[in-house]
Design a protein around this ligand. Structure first.
Ligand code: AMP
Ligand code: MG
Length: 357
């Protein structure tokens, strides 16, 4: 690893970031340095996307495999025109409806985008975020900012500046702290270079929302399928991601039965001297024994679970638990993204409790 550098941490107002701080962040980016900043999805690790050397620093700081391409963040449609070779009509519709917002689209790349940013691909992933601080940083940094999640590769994505500091202190020039993010899971990735367009990673913008707008949308078939031998189409989705240190098992079935099964499992493991963690919901909290139980949110609104999942996985790492059991969630709406990340974190270890058990 390279030599340690001083990481400046600046607290900013998410809606009205201090222009002096933004200016400093912009200077660092224009000089080829790294700045972590909040977006509405998770914290991103920014570098000038058109400067190959700067993009390389992202891979080094994160320990990210170099074939895992970066998403370029922009703030306006003129910027999009400059980094892609053509914008399909459907992509304009999707941009009109969901940009700025938690959606990334894949296009054929223009010559000015270095292969160091796209992991050697002729396509490029682009997102226009909505977070005011993110937008200010992107503009100050020259308008084209590569920004993967600001975590060490293989750890859960950061939803707070503290998570970024945990992973990247001493490796990057600056962290902008605007408090916890709003959504908590990464953007939906939609590949516009294929017909019909295909979702490569589920996020807050759902298949239903996209189909209402542009008709048929496919979903990468390897995503929900633990046994698939095929590589996912987004290179990054093949890596063990989002993963806690302890083994994690997801338990599906009727919530009361799931809580009962996890409880007996937890009691047995506690008797064996093991430290057990449980990811519960407000609805089931009271039915668990006295082990490390964390409430992820409410089943009535799964966006609460999206918001807390990564933070909880990090807390379990800090608590040093041996095993984690998590309730499964409804794979509807944002729940599709929650289950995708949870199953990846679990390495697809799933237990199914039947209705009649
Ligand atoms: P992250 O920014 O860390 O959330 O990861 C970015 C995700 O976007 C990874 O899963 C990448 O594989 C995916 N991605 C970026 N560029 C492309 C591309 N040109 N084609 C397909 N997937 C991409
Ligand atoms: Mg990531």
């Amino acid at each position: 690893m390279g030599k340690r550098i001083h990481t400046r941490i600046e607290t900013i107002d998410p809606h009205r970031p201090d222009p002096k701080v933004i200016e400093k962040a912009g200077e660092i980016l224009k000089n080829g340095g790294l700045v972590a900043f909040p977006t509405e999805t998770v914290y991103g690790l920014g570098a000038d996307a058109l400067n190959e050397k700067a993009a390389e620093k992202i891979y080094a700081a994160k320990g990210r495999p170099s074939d895992n391409p970066l998403i370029i963040h922009i703030t306006n449609m003129d910027a999009l025109e400059r980094i892609v070779t053509g914008i399909p009509e459907e992509a304009r519709k999707v941009a009109d409806a969901f940009w700025p917002g938690p959606l990334t689209m894949i296009f054929d790349k223009a010559g000015i985008v270095p292969y160091g940013t796209t992991g050697g691909l002729d396509t490029v992933a682009v997102r226009m975020p909505d977070h005011p601080a993110a937008r200010a940083v992107i503009d100050a940094g020259g308008g084209y900012i590569a920004a993967p999640s600001a975590n060490t590769s293989g750890r859960p994505s950061p939803t707070r500046a503290e998570h970024v500091a945990e992973d990247l202190s001493g490796r990057i020039e600056m962290i902008l702290d605007a408090g916890p993010v709003e959504i908590g899971v990464e953007s939906t990735i939609l590949d516009m270079t294929v017909t019909p367009p295909m979702i490569l990673r589920p996020g807050a913008v759902t298949r239903e929302m996209l189909e209402d707008l542009i008709g048929e949308v496919a979903v990468d078939s390897t995503l929900g399928n633990a046994d698939s031998k095929e590589a996912p189409k987004a290179p990054g989705m093949k890596y063990r991601h989002y993963a806690p240190k302890a083994s994690l098992v997801v338990v599906e079935g009727p919530p009361e039965k799931v809580a009962g099964w996890i409880s007996s499992q937890a009691v047995r493991m506690r008797q064996e001297g093991k430290k057990v963690g449980i990811i519960a919901t407000e609805e089931t909290r009271a039915s668990y024994p006295d082990v490390d139980v964390k409430v992820a949110g409410t089943r009535a609104d799964e966006s609460t679970v999206a918001g807390s999942l990564y933070g909880i996985l990090r807390e379990f790492d800090a608590d040093g638990v041996d095993a984690i059991y998590s309730e499964a969630f409804d794979p509807e709406g944002i729940g599709t993204a929650v289950m995708n990340r949870l199953l990846k974190a679990a390495g697809h270890q799933v237990v199914r409790i039947p209705e009649e058990a």
